[in-house]
Design a protein. Structure first.
Length: 412
């Protein structure tokens, strides 16, 4: 039996932001195998999409989520084609169904982070809680790498890797910001040993750290990336220099810090481009907030973002979106990526710099060499929007079309 290959798509008359810069080329040709050409003429056999008045972007990447299939589908509707899970079950041994499904965003995962028994995020779970594998999979329950000694942390690293963790996460948190002061926290020796062992195995390491002191601990341990930004005070030249000199990247999750300070997502939820894509549960969640640290100052967070970027630190776009529950409020999958982009511009990045933080820079820092840019040979994970988000960042919400692996999403 012979099969007829699916025709390619030729996007014409587009403004093309390739993840780094705006190109002179206005035509991009792609199919399910990837991007076939950037520039040139549309092949006669291609299905032509006229993008006049629009901008083609790489699919956006959210570098901090906690997710499930429904959330991955919601993210894709907002042009987020990849989510990076920072605590959860979508490790390599549990995501084959997601990898094959072009109606949801792709995903990578740390599995569960290394933390002491009773340490963050244990305070968020019912007593005795042990999550199972994602629905529709038959894998074992995820590994819970509770560690109180260097030896325990070191022993968990190969186990996490064997179970499919794409990167290794460490929790460095005493609960002071989340309203649970005195939580058990990794000590320096355990953190240092775990990070060193992960690096010995060639794995990227990331840290949850919400205070300046926890940030310092993570950086001094040799962490590759911080997946939160400290929010317990304004930055100092010393902490910015320490992060810069380490070469670590930062995922500020400004939207999460704002929520921790009691700032809701009301303004985003009021945007009809957002409201039309959220159900009642997500709308209610977005209009809520964590409100665990009302003494925090969003101006300090924005100032720290600007100082990090100006110092040459790679800033990535992430949200910490999780479940549609008001106590986890102020956030929604997909939608909050666009809110974060707006915050990055408010902090002083240009729209193009913010877009890099959600595309090429994130792909580079997480070793996702097949995505994050519009370039020949890469995955056809693409977002077409009306307007020009390289000058007006809110135009990223003007979704005209989304493609995942060259397959166009039918409802956006």
């Amino acid at each position: 039996m012979s099969t007829t290959p699916a025709p390619s798509t030729a996007l014409i008359n587009a403004r093309v932001f390739d993840g780094d810069r705006t190109l002179e080329a206005t035509t991009v040709v792609f199919d399910s195998t990837g991007i076939l050409a950037v520039g040139g003429n549309a092949p006669a056999s291609a299905q032509v999409v006229d993008a006049k008045g629009g901008t083609l972007l790489p699919g956006l990447i959210d570098a901090h989520v906690h997710t499930n299939v429904e959330s991955l589908a919601l993210a894709l509707r907002f042009g987020v084609t990849t989510e990076l899970e920072m605590q959860g079950t979508y490790t390599a041994d549990n995501r084959a169904h997601v990898t094959a499904d072009d109606t949801v965003a792709d995903v990578r995962s740390s599995g569960f982070g290394i933390t002491p028994p009773g340490g963050h995020p244990s305070e968020l779970f019912p007593e005795g809680f042990r999550p199972g594998p994602p629905p529709g999979t038959s894998g074992p329950a995820p590994l819970m790498p509770f560690s109180t000694t260097p030896e325990e942390a070191v022993a968990f690293i190969p186990q996490l890797i064997e179970r499919g963790s794409d990167y290794i996460k460490f929790m460095v948190d005493d609960g002071s910001v989340e309203g649970h002061p005195g939580l058990p926290m990794l000590d320096r020796a355990t953190l240092n040993a775990g990070v060193a062992e992960a690096k010995r195995h060639g794995r990227l390491t990331v840290a949850h750290a919400l205070t300046i002191e926890a940030t310092r601990m993570a950086i001094e341990a040799g962490i590759d990336g911080l997946v939160h930004l400290f929010m317990d005070g304004p930055h100092t030249d010393e902490i910015i220099t320490l992060i810069r000199d380490s070469g670590a990247f930062v995922v500020p999750c400004v939207v999460l810090n704002a929520s921790m300070m009691g700032i809701t997502g009301d303004q985003l939820a009021d945007d009809p481009r957002v409201a039309a894509r959220l159900d009642e549960a997500w709308t209610k969640t977005l209009r809520s907030s964590f409100n665990h640290y009302p003494q925090g100052k969003i101006a300090d967070v924005l100032g720290s973002v600007r100082a990090l970027y100006d110092a040459g630190v790679d800033v990535l776009t992430g949200t910490d979106a999780s479940m549609p529950m008001p106590f986890l409020g102020g956030l929604a999958h997909g939608a909050s990526v666009h809110h974060e982009l707006q915050y990055l511009v408010q902090a002083g990045l240009t729209p193009a710099q913010a877009l890099r933080a959600a595309t090429a820079t994130t792909a580079r820092r997480f070793g996702l060499a097949d995505r994050g840019r519009v370039a020949e040979g890469l995955r056809a994970d693409l977002l077409l929007v009306d307007g020009d988000p390289t000058t007006t960042i809110a135009d990223t919400l003007n979704t005209r079309a989304v493609w995942r692996r060259g397959t166009r999403l039918t409802a956006v």
